[in-house]
Write a protein that binds this ligand. Structure first.
Ligand code: CP
Ligand code: NVA
Length: 308
């Protein structure tokens, strides 16, 4: 039986483990394309708890676990006793006696940490206010698929330094690449959240065009993340100049790619021209959530897989 591991933040894995996951995702994806099944998790059960909406995370985990031969329970917090006062600790104790792995999408990172502390089964962060590690795992896998190694490259983040941004910064530190950022005044990086190594990976620019200069990967996200909807109108005004459009893409490297975790608000943080344009990898990026997470599920449940 594999040792109990969780994936709550990107750097819960070592560089070597992340590189294993990329290689394994490649293998699983190739096998699927060739019509071979990979049923390494027969008889295992994944439970997913959602406190926020999801399209990609739900479908990629549910389909991926099914393809690996496992079962899936999709639970909405509102339908659970969690919504009626049962504690996270007690829920973790009970669920982890019945299921083999739990994916959670919630608000506070402390909720997934508490869940993990009381769980006998691996816990996967399917997005919190602080991090979205499964997303960046798939994103970097996608970059490698199209452009090769990310080490030494520059990734530019345009707009809100949110959960996905902080995860990119963890990945940059682990995998040795640079992140540049431009965000509006009033939306700074929370320096208290950064390690010295993360700070060293980050360069901040007032002007988004300066941040984009020479970048190999241009990425952005919605101006208002889930849970911050009350700030929607204010953010629409504050972020209007932080848009990935054709003019901004011209400042990036000639072979730069565009990525967005999706869902996108077209016409806000990204134009149709860019998201539907030749540099955009967003659909491969979305698909690769499934392949990368299949590798992750295997890794957490049975360790590194050498064959099949
Ligand atoms: N990118 C992502 O996590 O999408 P969903 O919110 O649809 O799961
Ligand atoms: N930053 C976004 C990502 C959605 C997948 C959010 O948290 O809503």
């Amino acid at each position: 039986m594999a040792t109990l591991r969780h994936f709550l933040q990107f750097n819960d894995c070592s560089r070597a483990e992340i590189e294993y996951l990329f290689a394994r995702a490649r293998r699983i994806k190739d096998r699927l394309r060739q019509g071979h099944s990979t049923r390494t998790l027969e008889g295992k059960t994944l439970a997913m708890i959602f406190e926020k909406a999801s399209t990609r995370t739900r479908v990629s985990f549910e389909t991926g676990m099914g393809q690996l031969g496992g079962n899936v329970l999709c639970l909405s917090k509102n339908d659970m006793q969690l919504a009626r006062g049962e504690t996270v600790e007690d829920t973790a104790r009970v669920l982890s006696r019945m299921v083999d792995v739990v994916m959670i999408r919630t608000y506070a990172q402390t909720m997934v940490e508490t869940f993990a502390a009381y769980s006998r089964s691996p816990i996967i962060n399917g997005l919190t206010n602080e991090y979205h590690p499964c997303q960046v795992l798939a994103d970097i896998y996608t970059f490698i698929e199209h452009r090769g190694a990310i080490t030494g490259k520059t990734v530019v983040w345009i707009g809100d330094p949110n959960n996905v941004f902080y995860t990119w910064l963890q990945a940059a530190t682990l995998l040795d690449f640079k992140v540049t950022l431009s965000s509006p005044q009033g939306y700074p990086v929370d320096d208290a959240r950064l390690t010295a190594a993360e700070r060293a990976r980050l360069e901040i620019f007032a002007d988004p065009l300066d941040a984009a200069r020479g970048a190999s990967l241009v990425t952005t996200d919605v101006w208002t993340s889930m849970g911050f909807e009350a700030e929607n109108e204010q953010r629409r005004r504050d972020f209007q100049h932080w848009q990935v459009n054709a003019a901004l893409m011209k400042h990036a490297a000639a072979d730069a790619v565009f990525m967005h975790c999706l869902p996108a608000h077209r016409g806000e943080e990204v134009t149709d021209e860019v998201i539907d344009g030749p540099q955009s990898l967003v659909w491969d990026e979305a698909e690769n959530r499934m392949h990368a997470q299949k590798a992750l599920l295997e890794f957490l449940l049975i360790g590194e897989v050498k064959t099949s």
